[in-house]
Design a protein around this ligand. Structure first.
Ligand code: PMP
Length: 384
């Protein structure tokens, strides 16, 4: 069985143009050729991040870029506000703890989004908070946070807004400059359709002032070193050369489609998936007010073993979806549709989902999921 459809929230599938670039002979990084790649990559990233801010490439996974933000912006004993509504919000809390930052945590019920008013209230009670950490798409719950509304609150204060867009960027609109988002963190292996190993962080001038005054010890992730190196179109250490070269190609694909069309396509895939799931009589885990284009979380129906469902789909049919994490283990499964997933991938995924659900004894209207997805995709075409 050669089928290998990844409907997973990272790593995601890699388009052929990008695979070709990843397979090119390696070049040395301190060369004009590689400098051209850095230039093109940063330019393309600025288009997707919708910013003129500086963007640094870091050789690490998404968590490394999260850690870089915490250890560069804050100093031990500083106070920060953290929104926790899932596993990745928890990661911000853990990172703050690791660096001796006092985290004032807003615990949001999993499956729902934080209300901007909650951030506003906590900020006005903690005027000395230096940063607000949020998650754009909380991958563990498929919740999309209203980043713009929170930015409206934070930009009136001295605090900086730091957004984890590891899974959400290039799937959902994020207007860094227009909305006033200070730090945006993302990574290669999700919406950017690349292997893991490269992360990105954009830094506003307001945030960079904190980088300069932080008394935290840092070395590999010292953004002052990144700033110096990137000013010379260079990197402080050996970069993930191959992935940077692949990034240039994946950014070209997004640019060619146009950001608006790209988002419309991601939104269509998400809509088709949600409607197909509902047509099977399954329910969505995420509150309807905060669906993300990046992935869909589905409640495992009563009497069905969610882990078994995911395992059979992957091992017998070559379709990889993911189960729930932490407290959601066995209770939900997640269908991701970010990156280069296409309509046919979703239809194939739903078709095998139906097959396995039937095998596990779940009663539903046969073919209802596939037909519904087809209907959604036939009505709306995005041209991507
Ligand atoms: N934040 C979010 C929202 C994520 O989805 C992930 C990865 N699933 C991470 C952070 C951590 O990224 P990584 O596993 O690349 O370190």
């Amino acid at each position: 069985m050669n089928r290998n459809i990844l409907l997973t929230p990272g790593p995601t599938m890699i388009p052929s143009e990008v695979r070709e670039a990843l397979g090119r002979p390696i070049i040395h990084h301190r060369t004009p050729q590689f400098q051209n790649n850095i230039k093109e990559a940063i330019e393309g990233l600025r288009y997707v991040f919708q910013t003129k801010n500086e963007i640094y490439l870091l050789t690490c996974s998404g968590t490394g870029a999260m850690e870089a933000s915490v250890c560069n912006l804050l100093s031990p004993g500083d106070k920060a506000i953290v929104v926790e509504g899932g596993k990745f919000g928890e990661r911000w809390v853990e990172l703050c703890e690791a660096y001796g930052i006092e985290a004032k945590v807003i615990h949001v019920p999993w499956g729902k989004a934080v209300q901007p008013r909650q951030v506003e209230e906590l900020l006005s009670a903690n005027k000395d908070a230096k940063a607000v950490f949020i998650t754009q798409t909380e991958t563990s719950t498929a919740v999309l946070t209203d980043v713009k509304a929170i930015a409206d609150v934070v930009k009136k204060t001295n605090a900086v807004l730091v957004v984890d867009c590891v899974s959400g960027l290039a799937a959902n609109d994020l207007q860094t400059d227009e909305w006033g988002v200070d730090v945006v963190v993302s990574a290669s292996h999700k919406g950017f359709m690349l292997p893991p190993g490269l992360a990105f962080v954009s830094v506003s001038s307001k945030a960079y002032k904190l980088v300069e005054t932080s008394t935290n010890r840092r070395y590999y992730f010292d953004l002052r070193e990144s700033k110096k190196a990137f000013a010379q179109t260079d990197t402080p250490f050996t970069p993930a050369i191959g992935i940077v070269i692949g990034l240039v190609e994946s950014l070209k694909l997004i640019k060619k489609a146009g950001l608006e069309n790209w988002f419309a396509h991601q939104a269509l895939l998400a809509q088709g998936t949600r409607e197909a799931i509902k047509a099977l009589g399954l329910s969505l885990y995420t509150h309807p007010s905060c669906f993300s284009n990046a992935l869909t979380a589905v409640n495992v129906p009563a009497g069905i073993d969610g882990d078994k469902l995911v395992k059979i789909l992957r091992d017998e049919h070559g379709v990889t979806m993911t189960g729930g994490q932490s407290e959601l283990k066995g209770k939900i499964f997640r269908v991701a549709h970010m990156g280069c997933v296409c309509e046919e991938d979703i239809i194939t995924g739903i078709s095998f989902l139906e097959k396995v659900l039937e095998q596990l004894g779940y009663k539903f209207n046969q073919q209802a999921g596939v037909k519904t997805a087809q209907k959604v995709f036939n009505v709306k075409k995005t041209g991507v």
